[in-house]
Write a protein that binds this ligand. Structure first.
Ligand SMILES: [Zn+2]
Length: 299
């Protein structure tokens, strides 16, 4: 039985921030390999204007392709109503909306205040057609605003919980520390209970795994991560991107918490990724060191 649920966000969060473009065919091969390794939820792309982010121009085709894979929940990101409509049209099972708790980040990212963005997500929820996740982004700090008040995070999470199927908290720029993670997740959980599902961490300062473990210890069981920590961070040259899927799976499996993901097959998917964009930096301690002698996955 899966005790920890991992959503692979590399094809979206990773490729969106990568310097090199991956071909549509390579994306399909990679996503297929991720599914074969046991990933049951994959964020495959983002419905943003292709002019803004060329790496996401084929998201419609990738969503339609991913729908042909067995047992995979196909997730797409949308920044607004138009993106949501495109996602539903393409057949995404679930659409994630980033709602920034930082006013400055929200205005520069989606040209809306956090309150306006909450209303935009509400309109999409009323239309229906896909499961909706409201992800409170910059929930642990912001490169533009600096500190983000925890009260703002709680208020936005409470608003989103009124109409979203699930709410996630995202450390978009890698500012979080484990004590803060425990405090903020616990506060939001007291307000919205089981609606609080996902944790989305970046490894910008090397605390991705520590933050994931902290969230696990306060009851979080749903995590986003990206293969190879793909994508980096536009604000921190040389930094890796999301918490690394391979290391996250290894951590949980070696602790005895089953992820349902096969590490050897995950490494095969990694080989497809590195072959597709060989110049792109790919991170991960576990794939580099190999599995420990006598390693046994959780039952
Ligand atoms: Zn992210």
């Amino acid at each position: 039985m899966r005790q920890v649920h991992i959503c692979e966000v590399g094809p979206r969060d990773g490729l969106q921030n990568a310097k090199h473009l991956m071909s549509t065919e390579a994306k399909k091969a990679w996503i297929s390999a991720l599914a074969a390794a046991g990933l049951r939820e994959i964020e495959v792309g983002s419905f943003v204007p292709p002019k803004l982010i060329p790496a996401m121009a084929d998201t419609g085709e990738i969503v339609r392709f991913s729908r042909t894979l067995q047992n995979v929940k196909v997730v797409a990101l949308a920044p607004n109503l138009k993106g949501f409509q495109r996602a539903v049209e393409a057949g995404a099972h679930k659409v994630t909306f980033p709602v920034s708790a930082s006013r400055k980040h929200s205005e520069s990212n989606v040209r809306m205040t956090p309150e306006q963005m909450v209303e935009e997500v509400r309109r999409c929820a009323q239309l229906g057609g896909a499961e909706i996740e409201g992800a409170v982004s910059t929930a642990f700090g912001c490169t533009m605003q600096g500190a983000v008040p925890e009260d703002d995070v709680v208020r936005i999470a409470v608003s989103l919980a009124q109409f979203c199927d699930a709410v996630a908290l995202a450390d978009t720029v890698g500012y979080a520390n484990p004590a803060q993670v425990k405090r903020v997740f616990s506060r939001v959980r007291r307000e919205i209970g089981g609606k609080l599902e996902g944790a989305h961490f970046h490894n910008t300062r090397g605390l991705g795994l520590a933050n994931a473990l902290a969230a696990y210890e306060v009851g979080v069981r749903n995590f986003d991560s990206s293969m190879g920590g793909l994508g980096g961070c536009p604000f921190a040259p040389g930094a890796s991107g999301n918490v690394i899927t391979e290391d996250l799976v290894f951590m949980f499996e070696s602790m005895g918490a089953s992820t349902g993901i096969d590490l050897e097959r995950l490494f095969e998917a990694r080989a497809i990724l590195t072959e597709a964009i060989p110049q792109e930096p790919i991170y991960g301690h576990t794939p580099q060191a190999g599995l420990p002698k006598g390693f046994r996955a959780a039952a």
